[in-house]
Design a protein around this ligand. Structure first.
Ligand code: HEC
Length: 101
């Protein structure tokens, strides 16, 4: 009987999507929010990221899943790299959240 509970509590990644936007939001607040406003295009240290769901980065290039993972890993210009600071799953979670902005 308790085995049924275990199945029901399997993580969202089990359902097909790679990232979980709710977890990504919490990670964004810890790692990204100091430099990026997710809810406007106003700059902090880096550009505001609102509007990514429309498919465009602040600099106008396409905001694809792979491009966003690349930004998190490599950090353009003054942005720090998060390659070693986040797990692959955490990166997927953050990108899932970014694509809701
Ligand atoms: C210390 C400040 C800082 C932190 C922390 C930071 N960024 Fe950035 N970010 C920047 C700056 C500065 C730029 C602009 C770089 C440029 O002009 O090319 C940028 C650019 C970006 C861009 C736009 C890239 C483009 O090509 O238009 C995205 C998306 C982004 N950051 C996402 C994130 C995410 C997600 C996190 C958290 C994991 C994060 N940033 C953490 C400073 C930061």
């Amino acid at each position: 009987m308790p085995a049924i509970l275990t199945l029901a509590s399997a993580g969202p990644q089990e359902k097909g999507g790679k990232g979980d936007a709710a977890r990504g939001k919490a990670l964004f607040e810890i790692h990204c929010d100091e430099c990026h406003d997710g809810y406007s295009r106003e700059a902090r240290v880096g550009p505001g990221l609102q509007g990514l769901k429309n498919g465009k980065l602040p600099d106008g290039r396409p905001a694809t899943h792979d491009k966003l993972i690349d930004v998190v890993n490599n950090g353009p210009a003054e942005m720090p790299s998060f390659k070693e600071r986040l797990t692959e799953q955490q990166k997927e979670d953050i990108v899932a959240f970014l694509m809701t902005l």
